[in-house]
Design a protein around this ligand. Structure first.
Ligand code: ATP
Length: 280
């Protein structure tokens, strides 16, 4: 049974980004949404989580139309988003970060502890660091905390936006494995990725290109080499780590333009220019 049905979803920011995409995710699946920078992956999960209002189309979750509802209402209905960029509260302890993830559920102490212990089972390192400030965690640990915090609302559907960004291949794999354990304990998962290392965990693969879904199929139906070469522009290396810097990527366009240093004029030209100045 489909837990999520997206039909003809259109969204944008004064200009169109999602051009009317449709897909379904079955209950208990892990779906991976691939695509180059700027393809519209984040916009898609933001629309599902209520962070971005759709312009058109429908989003049905658990048999109910939820398109356009506020994020807090969607958390209560069972959708949790782990946003891109490991947004943890650096000046709060690991435990207090987790507490914030549980607020919509109004947990009793017992319930909070149960949810927290479950997160510590998925990510044992967080249990060891429970009273450490989140800002002092390593990048990988912060990513685990961000996912753990989303899990504190005990969602039916977990959306993870680019969990592996900036992580070593080994750490990325350990994050993918933990997300796989979360999935196997019954949570449906949608992961946004450019890292083909996640492919072994994908029941369903969705590929976005310029706001259009160009592939939707079973994880087994696509080879990582094809995914990399045909759809990710060969920007991901063999171990699945993304190589940034293609001129067409958003992050490339966001980064400072590279300037060719201006050559110092040759000595003779400089002298001639100086002579010209004194003349006038
Ligand atoms: P990335 O992998 O770089 O995160 P993405 O596939 O997730 O890319 P989106 O973040 O959904 O892509 O962005 C799609 C397009 O929408 C891009 O052209 C981007 O610049 C634009 N965009 C995203 N967020 C905003 C915003 N808040 N305001 C204006 N434009 C935006």
């Amino acid at each position: 049974m489909a837990i999520l049905e997206v039909q003809q979803l259109r969204a944008g920011y004064g200009f169109p980004v999602l051009m009317g995409i449709s897909f379904e995710v079955e209950e208990g699946e892990t779906a991976v949404l691939f695509g180059l920078n700027g393809a519209g992956k984040t916009t898609t999960v933001h629309a599902i989580a209520g962070v971005k209002k759709p312009d058109r189309g429908s989003i049905t979750f658990d048999g109910e139309e939820v398109g356009g509802l506020a994020p807090n209402e969607l958390v209560r209905k069972g959708i949790a988003l782990c946003p891109e960029g490991r947004r943890v509260f650096p000046a709060l302890t690991v435990e207090n970060n987790l507490r914030l993830g549980a607020w919509t559920r109004r947990h009793s102490h017992g319930e909070f502890d149960k949810a927290k212990e479950l997160v510590f089972e998925y990510f044992p390192v967080l249990g060891d660091r429970a009273y450490q400030m989140a800002g002092t965690l390593s990048g990988g640990e912060q990513q685990m905390l961000a996912i753990g915090r989303a899990m504190m609302s005990q969602p039916k559907l977990l959306l993870v936006d680019e969990a592996s960004l900036g992580l070593s291949p080994l750490l990325a794999q350990s994050v993918f494995k933990a997300v796989n354990r979360i999935n196997q304990s019954g949570t449906t998962v949608i992961i946004v990725e450019q890292n083909v290392g996640v492919l072994p965990y994908a029941d369903r693969v969705l590929i976005l290109e310029k706001g259009t879904l160009v592939f939707s199929g079973k994880g087994k139906e696509i080879r990582s080499a094809d995914l990399r070469e045909q759809y990710l522009g060969g920007t991901a290396s063999r171990d699945g780590q993304r190589r940034r810097g293609r001129a067409t990527t958003r992050s490339a366009s966001k980064s400072k333009p590279t300037r060719t240093p201006r050559k110092r004029p040759a000595a003779r030209t400089r002298k001639r220019a100086a002579r010209g100045k004194t003349k006038s």
